[in-house]
Design a protein around this ligand. Structure first.
Ligand code: HEC
Ligand code: HEC
Length: 289
């Protein structure tokens, strides 16, 4: 039995469906919509034939055009590798930053490769732009713990700092409080001393009391003038750049507990060429020597 009827006001037949007294009109689909539908249907058949489509038991129908996105990517990568390997090889032989800088193409290549390696491997600790964080040195300034020549940077990357590499760079900022080497008062005096040599107002009596201790102990690593020593990775204490903060409470903590930042070594994870590219990139970030 059909409940179809003609709707009075519109003159259109209803579908016979009715909900709470509201009836559905049986309007035809718009013509433009039908045309689009049929174009899509025809297009999908053409597409099935031309492009990879039907799954099979051991593989799939590859399509008349035998198109493969994966093969395209492989081919593009192979071409890129071939192009790069020449320059990668060239990087292996460079002896100094001047040599790289004298060859604009090589420099551009090293910078691009270095920037992308930096983003993948280094940015987590040193920041996306190499700006650093507390405990993780900025690589964009002129202050270097271990030196900022291309050679120095390469060595830092190859061996790391306090890393698991047998030739790691290593140096010790002792825990002078924890080990009982100094009393709390003596540490406070030394803090004033460091505040003083970094050019800020300090309690000069405390500075005078700390002088002997500084000269006898700290100077061995930080230098008599406190300007640091790159051979030992000991930071300059007279500049405004602090790895662990320069406020009195930061300095107290440094002196009481010691500090030992760890920079992993990269010999196992990166190739020599990649390390040179990274060193060129880091060198260019601002403060290369
Ligand atoms: C797990 C964290 C970490 C990662 C990852 C890391 N670093 Fe470091 N890096 C450090 C720390 C910490 C130091 C400082 C060590 C110290 O206190 O002497 C450092 C020091 C350095 C130095 C020496 C700076 C100076 O003043 O002499 C360079 C150069 C450097 N990193 C470059 C890199 C590059 C390039 C990468 C990526 C391949 C990288 N680092 C990845 C933590 C990291
Ligand atoms: C055996 C070498 C050595 C001696 C002795 C030494 N230091 Fe250090 N000091 C270091 C090293 C290395 C670091 C950096 C540690 C790191 O990178 O993690 C450091 C870091 C510091 C820092 C932190 C600097 C910053 O940028 O945050 C201060 C402050 C400091 N030392 C003060 C002193 C004072 C004061 C003395 C004397 C009581 C002293 N040090 C003795 C090697 C030494």
């Amino acid at each position: 039995m059909s409940d179809k009827e003609i709707d009075e006001p519109t003159g259109v037949e209803t579908t016979g469906h009715e909900w709470d007294g509201i009836k559905e009109l049986n309007n035809p689909l718009p013509r433009w919509w039908l045309i689009l539908l049929w174009i899509s249907v025809v297009w999908s058949v053409v597409y099935w034939v031309l492009m990879p489509s039907w799954p099979g038991i051991t593989g799939y129908f590859a399509g008349v055009r035998n198109h493969s996105e994966r093969a395209n990517v492989d081919a593009a990568l192979a071409a890129l590798d071939a192009e790069r390997s020449v320059q990668m090889q060239q990087l292996l032989t460079v002896a100094s930053i001047d040599e790289v800088e004298a060859d604009p193409q090589l420099l551009q290549f090293a910078m691009n490769a270095g920037a992308s390696l930096f983003g993948d491997n280094c940015a987590t600790c040193h920041g996306a732009g190499g700006q650093g964080f507390r405990g993780y040195p900025s690589l964009v300034d002129d202050a270097w713990l271990w030196g900022g020549t291309l050679d120095d940077i390469e060595k830092t990357l190859h061996h790391g700092i306090r890393s698991t590499h047998p030739d790691t760079r290593i140096s010790i900022m002792l825990a002078y409080g924890e080990t009982g080497a100094f009393s709390a008062d003596q540490i406070d005096d030394l803090v004033e001393y460091v505040v003083h040599i970094s050019g800020r107002d300090a309690d000069m009596e405390a500075v005078a009391r700390a002088e002997t201790n500084f000269v006898q102990l700290c100077a061995a690593c930080h230098g008599a003038d406190g300007k640091g020593d790159q051979l030992q990775g000991s930071p300059d204490l007279t500049d405004a750049i602090w790895l662990y903060g320069g406020e009195r409470k930061d300095l107290q903590e440094t002196l009481y507990y010691g500090r030992a930042g760890v920079m992993p070594h990269w010999t196992e994870r990166l190739t020599d060429e990649q390390i040179t590219a990274l060193a060129v990139y880091v060198h260019s970030l601002g403060g290369g020597e």
